[in-house]
Design a protein around this ligand. Structure first.
Ligand SMILES: CCCCCCCC/C=C\CCCCCCCC(=O)SCCNC(=O)CCNC(=O)[C@H](O)C(C)(C)COP(=O)(O)OP(=O)(O)OC[C@H]1O[C@@H](n2cnc3c(N)ncnc32)[C@H](O)[C@@H]1OP(=O)(O)O
Ligand SMILES: CCCCCCCC/C=C\CCCCCCCC(=O)OC[C@@H](O)COP(=O)(O)O
Length: 290
């Protein structure tokens, strides 16, 4: 009786859903994005206990939050789980320049940020002993927030420059004492419009204050396979390039703007080259941060 009743409801509902997905590109797009979010939430929920058991949580004391985490395989667990997602979505990464990550000691890695799919690109090439800077709100994304916390993500309040600056100066100390790399999205937010937003300066202050190199990483534009405006989310190939380190030894606070502009210009040119798009005609003047 019961299974008959279930079939009576489940089968037509599934058929109706399949029909709706076929008919509405918007719905299909949303369903695919939702499936990615659900996958992240589920994978985090399953992985978090393993991470917790391994190191008993995260060391929050005095910003020395990354030492234990980086000595255990938590990063590798998260990395390998996320790396497998690309097969589900038909994404492939062509990576060049990985040898540039072989710098002695800490560094600041800066890269462009187009969408939530960037987590796959991040994990595809994430070097050892590397933590990311993320907005504070991500901490509240259920199990995803938990896995980020366990993975050592450093959360900042973007609405308060002074708070973000003080968190980041703590990060500077931890970087040198614990030999940790930091990954920052200097655009400060996602941007999928086929260009780079002006860069925020925190990453460059951090690199100069700690006198460590900046390593730019560029991902080609997703617009050919992922475009929310066009309800487009298909399989695709992403070209990734790790650029040579830019050394900051000897630089002072007065060099921050120039360093930021140099990175911006180089990354923007690389972005257009990798994406196979010409510089925008009416946007050809580099869009530098104020
Ligand atoms: C097991 C399966 C699991 C699956 C699930 C997947 C899980 C994956 C796990 C793990 C992956 C985790 C991935 C996380 C990804 C997260 C991504 C994001 O959330 S991106 C958003 C947040 N990130 C940022 O915002 C960073 C970049 N932002 C900055 O660096 C900014 O500069 C910031 C926030 C520090 C300040 O932002 P302002 O909006 O106020 O703008 P400004 O122009 O940069 O600064 C204002 C003034 O302050 C000075 N300033 C900035 N920083 C300074 C500093 N440190 N020292 C001194 N002055 C500083 C600047 O020079 C500027 O002054 P003058 O205009 O030059 O006079
Ligand atoms: C129990 C609570 C359930 C909450 C459900 C939330 C659903 C979302 C779940 C999973 C999403 C997986 C994405 C993984 C990482 C996302 C990192 C990211 O790309 O964050 C965006 C941030 O860089 C910039 O933010 P804005 O562009 O300024 O905005």
């Amino acid at each position: 009786m019961e299974s008959g009743g279930l079939l009576l409801w489940a089968l037509p509902s599934a058929l109706l859903l399949a029909l709706l997905l076929q008919l509405s590109p918007r719905l299909r797009f949303r369903a695919k994005v939702l499936s990615y979010c659900a996958l992240c939430l589920m994978a985090s929920a399953l992985t978090a206990p393993a991470c917790l058991l391994w190191n008993g949580g995260r060391t929050v004391e005095n910003m020395r939050l990354v030492c234990l985490i980086c000595l255990c395989p938590v990063h590798r667990i998260i990395k390998n789980v996320v790396r497998s997602f690309k097969y589900l979505y038909g994404l492939r990464f062509d990576v060049k320049g990985l040898e540039h990550f072989q710098v002695e000691g800490p560094c600041v890695i800066v890269s462009n940020h187009q969408s939530v799919l960037d987590m796959m690109g991040l994990m595809e090439i994430l070097p050892d002993r590397c933590v990311q800077i993320g907005k504070r709100e991500l901490l509240y994304f259920g199990s995803v927030g938990l896995i980020m916390y366990l993975g050592g993500v450093i959360f900042i309040n973007r609405k308060s420059t002074s708070n973000a600056k003080s968190v980041m100066s703590g990060v500077g100390q931890a970087m040198t004492t614990d030999n940790v790399k930091v990954w920052i999205y200097p655009e400060g937010t996602r941007n999928g419009n086929g260009d780079l937003l002006p860069f925020k300066k925190g990453a460059f202050h951090l690199a100069i204050q700690t006198q460590v190199p900046v390593i730019p990483v560029v991902y080609s534009s997703f617009t050919t396979f992922y475009n929310p405006e066009k309800n487009l989310f298909t399989s695709g190939r992403i070209r990734v390039e790790v650029l040579p380190p830019i050394h900051t030894s000897g630089m002072t606070a007065t060099d921050v703007t120039e360093l930021c502009d140099t990175c911006y210009t180089t990354m923007r040119e690389t972005f257009f080259r990798l994406s196979g798009t010409a510089r925008r005609v009416n946007g050809s003047t580099p869009h530098l941060a104020q």
